[in-house]
Design a protein around this ligand. Sequence first.
Ligand SMILES: [Cu+2]
Length: 161
Amino acid sequence: MRFFAAFVGVTLIALALVAAPGSAETRTVVLTAHLGTSTYEWLPSAPITIAPGDTINFLVYNNDSTAHTFRVSSTTIDAGLPVGGNTNQTATFASAGTQYVFCGITDHATDSNGDGIKDTGMVVRINVGTPGGKTPGPEILLLALVVLGVVAALRVSRRKK
Ligand SMILES: [Cu+2]
């Protein structure tokens, strides 16, 4: 019985940890406009993954010989990037979903499959993950407690026979 009370107590603490929202983070991302083998692109071009509520501080440089612009989907950010220029822009991504940064100059960033999301050329995808997705630790603890509780319950019920 004492074990059961302790089990319930620890389980409630674990549940509270899982339910608590993760604290929002601010990350700095450096991007450089660049002419690739045949198209303009941002370097690095790998997708950025963050959690809802996180903020990105973009430090953007144009080392290309052509002017570009720096835009962020679902925001009003639209900064000019003259040759040799740079811009510093900050955006907070509140909701889960797909966002992206892109160049607003015609044909520098395009939507190749018509889904409304630019995906080719000067585009860097931002995957805004699901809430709580960044804190798997307490969930694993909770799972371990549930398994422990089942094992303990089986042992108690067996002893009663
Ligand atoms: Cu461009």
